[in-house]
Design a protein around this ligand. Structure first.
Ligand code: SF4
Length: 358
């Protein structure tokens, strides 16, 4: 197991972060499905955190025993207090804070049927997310989430509802969906910020419209990568050039929206990653979702940038982001509940990370 995290100290990466990073990259050997969702408590970091990893590989150093013990190279490192196949569901609650769920993620646009991004695992997930196009269907989804609340809980305590799909094909389709969602939330007196993961919202008019009719609203631009975009991404994402993204976020921010982006560490070279982060990070009001690339099958290993086959690439990527944010004087830090395959777990720029982990 020591070999797995041996270089982490040189980069100032704590062993817990290095272990979770390796688990995300290499996946898990278990017959539970192609992708599993674990509620994981590590021996050296007992707080329960959600981890969603590839499980169909035959050769990873991590294994899960029938009674839930997680082993790294044969050494027990933690326990999964809950294990589920990672279904593509229509919605779920997250950000457990002070006995309340602060956020929800919904997938109203049939994410499991969306295809076109070479790295995307959703087609491996059992589909349980019908396309919801009517107000009554959104109400039914929220009714379902309400049933999952603790006794006395209310969805009115939600601070954020994230729409986790890049499946809207046009800007107008995304705008119409956001207007309908805001209408449904208002009717239930839920004042949460709506966050949309998307690449199709691009115009100044759209941002102004959202500020006027949908806000509070945040755009997580699904940037994903800089290189090989025609090959790696579906066309509604690939046709947005990386060079245009900083100005797009600046425009959205200027309209009064929250801004951020998703990025997959492992697809670009370090030089490309650093150049991109340098121009994107000044434009965010929410910490970006920098995810570790997860090759679910042996053939997906070929999507990795050659540099990204070793863990040092990811340790360095952490440092690149931390240094740029520190130079910017940014107070933002990773929100652990927001990204299940984050580069960070317990520490960021030398400071302990606190706050909800799931
Ligand atoms: S847009 Fe790409 S990453 Fe997102 S759900 Fe569709 S195929 Fe997957």
């Amino acid at each position: 197991m020591d070999a797995l995290v041996s270089d982490a100290g040189q980069y100032g990466v704590p062993d817990v972060d290095a272990l979770l990073l390796a688990l995300n990259l290499y996946g898990l050997c278990t017959p539970l499905g192609a992708r599993v969702r674990l509620q994981l408590s590590l021996i050296t970091s007992p707080e329960v955190r959600t981890v969603v990893v590839a499980a169909g590989r035959s050769d990873p150093p991590f294994t899960l025993s029938d009674d839930g013990w997680l082993y790294a190279a044969g050494v027990p490192i933690g326990r999964a207090v809950r294990t589920d196949a990672d279904d593509a569901v229509s919605g779920y609650l997250r950000c457990w804070k002070h006995g309340t769920w602060w956020a929800a993620t919904i997938n109203p646009a049939g994410r499991s049927r969306c295809t076109g991004c070479a790295f995307c695992p959703t087609s491996l997930e059992p589909p349980a997310d019908p396309v919801l196009t009517l107000e009554r269907e959104l109400h039914a989804l929220l009714d379902g989430l309400e049933l999952q609340l603790p006794p006395g809980g209310t969805l009115r305590s939600l601070h954020e509802v994230a729409v986790s799909t890049a499946c809207y094909r046009t800007e107008n389709a995304a705008l119409e969906a956001m207007v309908m969602l805001r209408k449904v939330l208002r009717s239930r007196r839920i004042n949460a910020r709506i966050v949309l993961l998307s690449s199709v919202l691009r115009s100044r008019e759209a941002f102004r419209f959202l500020a006027e009719h949908v806000a509070p609203f945040g755009l997580f631009l699904t940037a994903e990568c800089v290189s090989r975009r025609d090959f790696l991404l579906k066309n509604t994402k690939a046709d947005l050039l990386p060079e245009a993204m900083p100005a797009l976020l600046a425009e959205a921010r200027g309209a009064g929206l929250d801004t951020s982006f998703t990025y997959i560490a492992g697809l670009d070279t370090t030089v490309q990653l650093e150049k991109f982060m340098t121009v994107m990070l000044p434009q965010v009001t929410l910490f970006p979702s920098v995810q570790i690339f997860q090759p679910h099958k042996r053939i997906m290993d070929r999507l990795l940038s050659p540099e990204a086959e070793c863990l040092g690439y990811y340790y360095n990527a952490r440092r690149v982001v931390e240094n740029i944010m520190t130079d910017l004087g940014s107070p933002l830090t990773p929100e652990l509940w927001r990204c299940y395959r984050s580069l960070w777990a317990t520490e960021y720029a030398g400071h302990a990370l606190t706050g909800p982990t799931r």
